[in-house]
Ligand binder design. Sequence first.
Ligand code: SF4
Length: 393
Amino acid sequence: MSENADWRERLSSIEVPISVSSNTLLTTCLDRLIYTGRLSAEDGINLMNEPSLLGISSLANMVKYARFGDNVFYNRNLHVNTTNICVLACRFCAFRKGSKHSDAYEVSTEEFIQRIAPMATHIDEVHSVGGLHPDWKVDHYAEIYSAIKGEFPWIHIKSLTAIEIIHISKRSGISIEQTLRTLRDAGLDSIPGGGAEILVDSVRDRICRGKESSDEYLQVHATAHEIGIRSNCTMLFGTVESISDRIHHLIRIREQQDSSGGFQCFVPYPFLPDHSRLPEAQLATSSEVVRMIAVSRLMLDNIPHIKAYRMNLGDHLSSICLNAGADDIDGTVGHEEIMHDAGSTTRLDTPERGLLRLIESTNSTPVRRNSTYDEFIEVEFDDSSISLPISSG
Ligand code: SF4
């Protein structure tokens, strides 16, 4: 049920759909993946400009199928944000507040535990990120993680973006590695991929000035990987970047994975404009989102999982991405602010069987996974009478 190690060999035996076999670029890319292993940056740019979205999606889905068959993964998780107070003001962000804002909040350790408690027996992961709080140091987060592990030792803690980790290390006067070791010893299990945006510093300067540089983002993940903490990586597209910036981003992630090897999942998602400060953003159409998922699958030959993140894409678009190279749709989530503040209308009350229905509607097999993709349960969905409880977002 985990990844087929011999996926390139399997890829060579999958029947090639006519949308691929009739296209010189796509057959060239297929041959490269089977025989030489890797697409070039030029291939990536050509795929971004290729008119046949159907062909690109079909090729990406062949690769997904070679790696995972018709399995699609999800998990049982809960999102809890620690604070929306942030000392930065990224232009795409609708979540952050100044500390004096009437909607600013801080979640105490006790409140954090209370949020988890009603869900604790139904989830195996807490996903927690937040703003860059002006005062909180490493001890504050260590206290939260220790309390969670004390109450709910089975729950995996996936927490803190790279920029939060850098901020906490500076506030605490210790290195990134010391920060990660302290947090890991307190209960941190893995880190999410947020904060990557586009790993091109001239773009970062326009959309999130003051945030960590591309090198710093990758260095935090490299340090985490070195001490055994696995992580995800993301891409925020549809702001002011070019196609070659997007491909450069994928190449940098791929090179980092060659060297440190701890990325589990890549999560590309488009900029959502509500309540943000980026009027010049190009915005991504649904077709572009599907293309970006597919090109990510084809370029990132060394990262096993590509996620169609429901909280950003909405359930309908996510389900289309499951036939364009994505193999994961994240989880039950329950509560989410960052994407919803920016305009997401994805329902937060979708029960697990709604996820099963969504996955089955794509002719895929739902597989519940743990956070580190090493425990799997194939889940049967047999209630054909329910309506599809998914959002229009
Ligand atoms: S994206 Fe993160 S770092 Fe940037 S303003 Fe929002 S909360 Fe702060």
